[in-house]
Design a protein around this ligand. Structure first.
Ligand SMILES: Nc1ncnc2c1ncn2[C@@H]1O[C@H](COP(=O)(O)OP(=O)(O)O)[C@@H](O)[C@H]1O
Ligand SMILES: [Mg+2]
Length: 270
């Protein structure tokens, strides 16, 4: 199982959505921070013991190893244990380091092959991103936005470009699931508004669902400080909404879900 989480300019929240989803997934998951502009987790995330994560291995280690190894254990081998639910491959620290990996196809193949479910944080995604191979191969692409007007316009425009591009490369529609980072009490209404806006767009018919993650800075801080997501933290708005999201996303992976049969809808369907 491969989920790709991405965002756009002016819509912070991709790393947090990816972290929250991996922390509540129905089985232990690996969070891979593959943001071309560099990662935050090596700096922000603490293990249960309070210790900072080692800066390496990083996503570049996995990408390099994937050129020569096709092992389904490759991603977990380089993932760092955070707690019983979550292990993490942190991103490289600065964007320049990305030039060491000219081709991200083997990396994408390694994420797909992983026996442990993978949530990949792709940062800001667009058609020219070197991480497109991961989005192309993802079971679900989660596009993170904020509920303000500027962010909603950007996600609408982004999806109108990204969805047809992904469909053309895949030869089948991608499963794209927008997620708003919203105040808990407005989340449902914000998602309804977003769906109304997206329904009238080119990408609209191919959007397979939408949801929200609560804006909950206190819980984000606790999660990043290494608190067990299955303990008291599970009752916070952040993790409650993350579980609702995870359930909705997991239902898309079931055999009869929308878009589950690849190849049965052609580009003409767009
Ligand atoms: N659901 C949330 N609740 C509270 N704060 C959040 C939430 N999501 C993101 N943030 C905060 O916004 C900032 C950017 O979030 P991050 O997830 O790192 O965005 P990105 O990866 O898209 O740059 C961080 O300080 C993070 O703690
Ligand atoms: Mg990030």
């Amino acid at each position: 199982m491969l989920l790709a989480v991405c965002s756009d300019k002016g819509s912070p929240g991709a790393t947090t959505v990816a972290l929250a989803l991996a922390s509540v997934w129905s089985s232990p998951a690996v969070l891979v921070e593959a943001d071309p502009y560099g990662g935050d987790l090596a700096i922000r995330l603490r293990a249960k013991t309070g210790a900072a994560l080692p800066e390496a291995p990083t996503v570049l280690t996995v990408a390099t190893a994937a050129r020569t190894s096709h092992s389904p254990a490759l991603v977990s081998r380089y993932a760092q244990h955070v707690n019983d639910q979550l292990s993490v491959v942190p991103g490289h620290l600065v964007a320049e380091q990305l030039s060491g990996v000219p081709d991200w196809e083997p990396f994408a193949a390694a994420l797909v092959a992983s026996t442990v479910p993978v949530v990949a944080d792709l940062g800001r995604l667009h058609a020219a991103s070197p991480l497109m191979p991961v989005a192309v191969r993802a079971d679900v692409v989660i596009a993170v936005a904020r509920p303000d007007a500027g962010s909603v316009i950007r996600i609408r425009e982004r999806l109108n470009r990204l969805v047809p591009t992904l469909a053309a490369i895949r030869g089948a529609p991608p499963r794209v699931f927008p997620v708003l980072v919203s105040p808990n009490r407005h989340g449902k209404a914000d998602v309804g508004d977003l769906q109304t806006i997206l329904a009238e767009t080119i990408a609209g018919p191919l959007i397979v669902g939408a949801g929200f993650l609560a804006l909950d800075a206190a819980a984000v801080g606790r999660l990043e400080a290494g608190e067990d997501p299955a303990g008291r933290l599970a009752r916070t708005p952040l993790l409650r909404t993350a579980r609702t999201l995870a359930t909705a996303v997991a239902s898309l992976l079931e055999p009869n879900a929308v878009g589950a049969v690849s190849g049965d809808v052609t580009r003409e369907g767009l």
